[in-house]
Structure formats: C-alpha cells, structure tokens
Design a protein around this ligand. Sequence first.
Ligand code: BES
Ligand code: ZN
Ligand code: ZN
Length: 489
Amino acid sequence: MKIDFQALTAIPTGAAVYFVEKDGVLSGAAAAANETANGALSRAIEVSRFDGKKGQGMEIVAPVGLDADRVILLGVGDVSELSDLDQVTLGAGIYVRCGNCGSKEAYVSADLDGLDTVKLAEGAAMRAYRFDKYLTKQEDDKKPSLKAVYFGCEDPTSAEEAFTARQAVVEGVTFTKDLTSETPNHLYPESFAAELRELSQLGVDVDVLGEAQMEELGMRSLLAVGQGSRRDSQLVVMRWNGDADSAPLALVGKGVTFDSGGISLKPGAGMDQMKWDMGGAGIVAGAIKALAGRKAKANVIGVVGLVENMPDGNAQRPGDVVTSMSGQTIEVLNTDAEGRMVLADALWYTKEEFKPKMMIDLATLTGAMVISLGHEYAGFFTDDDDIASGLSKAGEETGDKVWRLPLHTEYDKMINTPVADMKNVGERAAGSITAAQFLKRFVGDVPWAHIDVAGVVWADKDKHLCGRGATGYGVRLLDQFVADQFEAK
Ligand code: BES
Ligand code: ZN
Ligand code: ZN
C-alpha cells in the first residue's frame, strides 16, 4: 500500500478521513466538508452514538455535495492526551476502517493541532500487512480495496522525511511477519539463512555457519536438536555496526523452524502452530532489518540458531547426555525442551566471539509462559535492573509489552541432575523460570535478559496494530530499546 504526504486538500475523493474531538467537535477540515455537504456530517453524528471518543469511528457513504465516495470520521477524544502509541493506533484504525471499504484511495485530513502524521502513517502501514501468497483463488471483493493513503498535513516535506526512518521499522516488522507466517516446508534452516543473506543489501554483514563449522566449535547441544531432521542446522550472524567504537548489543534468537517435539512428540492437535517456533529468530532478523534500514547509530549483532526438531531414526533420545560448546553437559530428559538447547550454544558462542556489552535473547521457549501471561505481555528475566527498566519503558511506549519475572538460585537447583551438569527440564512448576535459569548458565558475566515470546508472536484474533496471524511483536520494542539505551547516549 502506497503512503504519501501532501498539503491539506479541500475536496478529497475516495475515502475522506476526518478527525473529530470529544463531544463531536469537528476538525477544521471536517467542519468545512460538513458545510459543503449541507450539514450531513453533523446530522449523521447527531443520529448515531458516535461522539468523537478515542477509538470510535463512523462511515457516511456518498454525502451529497462532496466529491468523496464516503466520509470516515475518527474519534480522537482529547488530542493533547494522546500518547505516541495512541497516535500509531489511531493510524492503524484508518486502515481498519478503510482497507475494505470499497474505495481505492483514502485522503486523511490530519489538521488537528497535536496530531502526528508520521505516527498515523506508521500505524496505517503496519496494519495493512497481509500474508496471502498461497491464496490462488481469492475473489476481488475479498481483497483489500485500498491501494493508497494520502496524508494531508501542514508540512508534507518534513513529514515525508521523518517517515523514512519509521518506514524502515515497519519494513522490519513486515520481515518478521513474513518469516513467522511462512510455512515449515518453505522455511527451514537453509532457506531461512538465505533470506537473512539478503540483509547484506542494507549494509548488514551476514555470516552463515553450517553443521561442519558448528561441529568444529563443539556446538553439540544445538546440533543434537537438529540431528533428527533431514534439514541441516544453521547459525546465522548478522552485524549492523552504526557505531564502530562501542561494544555491541547482541540479540540472540531461537529459530526452530518446526518443533514437532522430536521423540518426545507433541500431541497432533495444534502441532501446525509450531511453524512459528522460529519467532524469536524472526524478531531478531526484523530488528536488524529495521536498525540497518534506518541507519541506527548503534553496534548491534543478531545471532540466530536455526534448526528443525524432528523425530527420525537419528534423532536425539530422552536420556542422552550432550556436551555443549561451553563444556557443560546436559542430560536431555525431554526432546521437546529443545529451544534452550539451541540457545545454550548460540548464547555461549555470541559471548565468546563478540564480547558483547549486553545480550538479549528472544524465544518462543515455554508453553508455561502462555499460561502465565497469555497474549498481551511477553515475560522477561534479567538480573540487571537497568535493562529491566529500559525494556519495560520501551514496551509501554511501543505496545510490545513486557513483564518481569524472577530468577533465583532456588529455581536454578531445579535443573540439577545426578547424571550431568544439568537436565533440560525441571518439574512442571515454574516451567518458564527454570527454562530461563537454564539459559543463565550460558551467559557468563555478560549483562543479559531473556524474553519468552511464546504467547505474543502469533495472534488468533485481530489486535490494534495487526490482524490475526503473525504479530511482528518485538521489532518495535527492540528498535525503541536501542534508540533509548544506545543511540541517545
Ligand atoms: N516451542 C515450545 C514452547 C511453546 C509451546 C511455544 C506452546 C508456544 C506455544 C517449546 O519448545 C516446548 O515445547 N516447551 C515445552 C517444555 C517442556 C517440555 C519442559 C513446553 O513448554 O511444554
Ligand atoms: Zn519444544
Ligand atoms: Zn520449541
């Protein structure tokens, strides 16, 4: 969908979008249109329940006197009270109201003081995402009608300029959604790595390690997960260095392109969902794309461990003991607790190879996280209060919300075993926490946070900023975190 900025047009065509403040107060442009239409807009408001509250919307089709096909009124409440996130959400609302309305173009008159056209555009662009590449027989009336949104504002040139950076972030979110939506026969470790190689076009250095190289490095923990699959495992390193003088922030992602559970096979119902068990790696990839796309002044490394967890004759068995790259041994008691085994080697490798200033890993790690926080907040774990407050702030600002959960030596003891240095599962209790404790054994002294995104990378229902399906969660969170904690300093 095309997004453009232009001077405020007096007589829009297509879908004319106007804003209305609380108690039904029309914006200047809306009032002018109302006059041209002989009061049709205010009369429509009078006879409806629409009164300009934030989030409300109303459509008036073909008002006499106007060139527009339809007028869409959007409530903003009190503009001075709108947060940045409210503005992005309002923009997403434009797409929700206009995407399938029948008009090909929407003209948004953003003439209220305090409205941020760039944030509106960001929301609209993000909400327009669809994954429909496999629908070969879709009828035209099922496809979105809207092809372009024109934002009328005071200063189109500077809006256009400011939007370039935000568009890069939207493209990062889109990349994450594309990867997460892709089906497991098409997206497997090698094809995932091939997608990531494309990031070199944006100035990202991309290195791919295959199984032989990982074997050489001693990554038996990661490799054990992939050994029951016909697909070769991969470890991909993406480097964006917009600040050559500083130690990097490392983002590490779990990229299980399909998690069947392995020999500890998952139940059949809903197993298809485990195509998005690469969601953490998808977030890392999208974040790197966003940061490179907007040329962030920060040194950021993305590392993703890409494997397929399958149960063939070569698969790892419950009871196996493997030696991770760190030298620590792991007793595999459940082959479905594979994400932590992938991250164990990915984290250790990242720490050793890049000496990062900070590491943040993202993983669809535990079903228990979905039980505790559902689909609103991701849960995160860290011993570092500064990282914690930085993540929480970025979460509130972007809507990619995070909630802190505890780490403690008492939980750590729950993964001890007489057979090896640790086992890969605790008991059922505190399942997300014992998984985090497991990861903590592979990060050394590096300031680190683990974000369990199991509940948030996919949505079964429409949300404010995205439709059902892949949410793109996490890209805006990390983009904001980098802006606040690395670029602002
Ligand atoms: N990928 C799953 C976690 C998951 C489950 C994410 C449901 C999203 C929705 C992970 O690999 C897994 O299977 N974890 C097990 C761990 C258990 C065996 C200790 C789980 O959560 O059940
Ligand atoms: Zn699993
Ligand atoms: Zn998994």
